[in-house]
Design a protein around this ligand. Structure first.
Ligand code: GDP
Ligand code: MG
Length: 161
């Protein structure tokens, strides 16, 4: 239908999700993707890459002064990551709660980190923590043409609120 942007929920909200090197090594890519698919979110970008220290320094600029930063760089550059853009209503907040607390010890069962993680230094996935943050992260990791705008056949049921 024709509803104004102000009255309809933002079904085009996007977030950046990454399966970190430990998640790739442990063959958890499919399980992570399945959770977001079955929740109803739409995958609009996906690639596998070896992370450079340069992009990581931008991605984790808020952590550069932390004592664990060198370990974080070693961890994140230890192998390929699978990096994704997911779209849908309230996707940033919803995926953060599906991912769970940064420290898997604090992440409840049912969350990705609570089900698959043991330690904060190997916590399996990344998820943007705000809509604004997600915009910056998506710009950092993806070219515009790498993000696909596709209409899902169940749009009216799962997306148009
Ligand atoms: P996130 O948004 O939940 O991923 O958490 P942050 O943005 O605060 O931190 C980014 C990443 O840095 C986390 O996912 C961890 O992999 C890592 N990290 C955060 N805190 C610690 C810590 O105290 N020790 C270590 N080794 N890594 C940490
Ligand atoms: Mg973060």
């Amino acid at each position: 239908g024709h509803r104004s942007a102000s009255s309809s929920p933002d079904i085009r909200e996007r977030t950046l999700i990454a399966v970190k090197p430990d998640g790739v090594q442990r063959r958890l890519v499919g399980k992570v993707i399945q959770r977001f698919e079955q929740r109803g979110f739409k995958l609009v970008g996906l690639k596998m890459l070896q992370v450079s220290e340069d992009i990581l320094a931008q991605h984790y600029s808020h952590l550069r002064a932390k004592p664990f930063y060198p370990d974080l760089v070693d961890y994140m550059t230890s192998g390929p990551v699978v990096i994704m853009v997911w779209e849908g209503y309230n996707v940033v907040q919803s995926t953060r709660s599906m991912v769970g607390h940064t420290n898997p010890v604090e992440a409840p069962p049912g969350t990705v980190r609570g089900d698959f993680g043991l330690h904060v230094s190997r916590n399996v996935v990344h998820a943007s923590d705000s809509v604004e943050g997600a915009k910056g992260e998506i710009q950092l990791w993806f070219q515009r043409q790498e993000i696909l705008n596709w209409e899902s056949c169940d749009q009216a049921i799962s997306c148009e609120l």
